[in-house]
Ligand binder design. Structure first.
Ligand code: SAH
Ligand code: SF4
Length: 345
């Protein structure tokens, strides 16, 4: 059986080429060709030995998911609907920032966490994505950019904030991160990759041991357990204080912060006491707060606070001296903003 090239980390590919006694440079040439140069055709590098060509031809397949649909919004956000081998679909979003892009990757078809404010959560859990389906999202989006926007085609950051709970699909996500980091391939820095979690503690524990230098964002949304239980049902299994205690005890490098995402929902968690509790929880920690005004979707029963309300909330928080940003909504006219991704409709 042929192995899918895009399922292999650089070291796994190296083991395979060693087993076949191929020249040492084979793995790096293949990574360079398919990841750095983003080529789909078989590697035609003139230095690739005859035996290596035979191995590529007989031992590997290079299948990737395909782009099913593309939606572009006026603010240059691009949403891709990606079709997988079994006809399931996931979404990938390119978010523009000063002529460059952040890519928002999906890690599962649907999501098992069932958060009450999330369109993906409403979809239920279908399955985990495989590594090739995760790195494939990046490669397809990169290829599309190079073709359609050759003047600004650089993807500088990766966020695992699309559909799914990335730490619930740890192995495939971890391998995709290893591939993105490989110096022979896309060669991204660890600081350029952020994994967002709803607080799935078993996954956070593995993150700490296995890829602690990749940024972590914790979806907090309320400093009160009762409210968080309503928003994120797994908070009942892994309550806030347990998750916080664990996260806080992770040694952080000098300039490293944990990002805390705080979804602002009108008349639910946008009051003065909510800001106080949030500020007190994060005061003095190596934290960074990202306020996300709720993005509505068909059938959602929550509302989005007015812009002035968001600014007032930010003001209340300022005295706690934790850095804060307000996430500007991009791509909402094409339902590509946070929490609007749903591929079951
Ligand atoms: N499952 C992970 C990552 C995907 S969701 C997580 O929950 O962290 C990415 C971010 O979008 C999370 O912070 C999530 O809380 C937020 N989000 C989900 N639904 C949203 C909505 N309707 N409006 C705004 N943000 C939303
Ligand atoms: Fe899953 Fe994140 Fe949506 Fe919750 S917010 S349902 S964890 S994708």
């Amino acid at each position: 059986m042929k192995k899918n090239f895009y399922e292999l980390s650089f070291s796994e590919l190296g083991e395979l080429t060693d087993e076949q006694a191929l020249p040492k440079a084979t793995a790096s040439m293949l990574f360079n060709w398919h990841y750095k140069k983003n080529q789909r055709a078989l590697c035609s590098h003139h230095n690739l030995s005859k035996s290596a060509r035979f191995f590529v031809d007989q031992g590997l397949n290079f299948s990737l998911p395909v782009i099913h649909q593309v939606h572009e919004s006026a603010d240059k956000t691009v949403k891709f609907l990606i079709r997988l081998d079994d006809e399931q679909k996931v979404e990938t979003v390119l978010i523009p920032f000063q002529g460059k892009y952040t890519i928002c990757l999906s890690s599962q078809v649907g999501c098992a966490m069932n958060c009450s404010f999330c369109h993906t959560g409403r979809q239920g859990f279908q399955r985990h994505l495989m590594t090739n389906e995760i790195v494939g999202q990046f490669l397809l989006a990169q290829e599309w950019l190079s073709t359609h926007r050759p003047d600004d085609d650089r993807i500088l950051n990766i966020v695992y904030m699309g559909q799914g709970e990335p730490l619930h699909n740890f192995d495939a996500v971890k391998k995709s991160v290893e591939i993105f980091l490989s110096q022979h391939g896309t060669s991204l820095g660890e600081a350029k990759i952020t994994i967002s979690t709803s607080g799935f503690l078993p996954g956070i524990e593995r993150w700490k041991n296995e890829m602690p230098n990749v940024n972590l964002a914790l979806s907090l949304h309320s400093a009160f357990n009762e409210k968080r239980n309503e928003l994120i049902p797994i908070n009942r299994r892994f309550p806030l204080e347990k998750v916080m205690e664990f996260v806080e005890n992770i040694p952080q490098g000098k300039n490293r912060f944990i990002t805390y995402e705080y979804l602002l929902i009108k008349d639910f968690n946008d009051g003065f006491e909510d800001a106080q509790a949030l500020g007190q929880l994060l005061q003095g920690k190596k934290a960074y707060i990202n306020l996300i005004p709720f993005n509505p979707f068909p059938g959602s029963h929550y509302g989005r606070p007015a812009f002035e309300k968001v600014m007032e909330f930010k003001c209340w928080l300022e005295k706690f001296q934790v850095p804060i940003t307000v996430r500007t909504t991009k791509g909402d006219e094409i339902m590509a903003a946070c929490g609007q991704l749903n591929t079951s409709i």
